[in-house]
Unconditional design. Sequence first.
Length: 333
Amino acid sequence: MILVTGATGLLGSHLILTLLENHSTVRAIFRSEISKEKTKTLFQEYNKEPLFENIQWIQADIIDVTTLEAAFENIEQVYHCAAQISFDPNDEDSLRKSNIEGTANIVNFCIDYKIKKLCYVSSIAALGDLKEHETIITEATEWNPELPHSDYAISKYGAEMEVWRGKQEGLNVLIVNPGVIIGPGFWEHGSGKIFSKIKNGMSFYTRGTTGFISVHDVVKCMLHCMKINTNEERYCLISENLSFDDVLEKIADALQVAPPKFYATPSISAIAWRLDWIFSFLFRKKRNLSKLMVATLHRKNHYANDKIKSIYPFPFQSINHCIVTTAKMYLQQ
């Protein structure tokens, strides 16, 4: 039996759908009935609602060890997809608790229950920092603790340290570091929110660069890597390195709306995050921008996918095709 955490998110829900299509027995963790309904909605969008009934749901929280014991009974493999995603500096404590402490709990239970293999979903945010002579980020790029990192990146890096600790204690582990994941469903969170914002009229764009990948490719890579005999491996999962303005324009074109018109220069962005901080402070609202997030939106990062391509025998879906199919499902809602 396979256990999936984060089964009510974009990646986790697509993962359990694929596992069920492959006739696997799946147990999935959920925290609330509302979150579980989001996964059910995704199954409906794919016309796979009957498969939803085959999921063994168990209510638990990765930071509450008393709820996790029942989840691990008779489990052979674990996919740990659960994570808090936030770039609000006010969420530093909750990020560390959920992503680092929560992962430590999962690792400990995997060791105690002699799980055959753990797949941890990290992020390209947890990969290293380029030195002056380097131009592309790989799995071997070293993390520099002296450089500024977002609280989210730090929490994912700390979670990876917990996974490697599990390896040292005899656990068979795998880490994947996906780029920005594009896929249908969950239109108010993650990359799905970008489709909603552009459809409703997004005004500004930046010209930074990062790695993107289809949610279906992430799932396929995870399943493939769990099957083959790899241990103590991590893989950067990206299909293409693209600029943010290019991706926004592709999404706008697929949604048949006007793309963002105004370039948010670094100086304009600096003003924007300061105004966002003032607004957040005065009205006790969640931050939408931060200094580090703005820096990321303008940074031109390029990521290598040579390592995963050396062991993954299938071509990656183009981001343009992924955007078109995702936009089609968005418009059907």
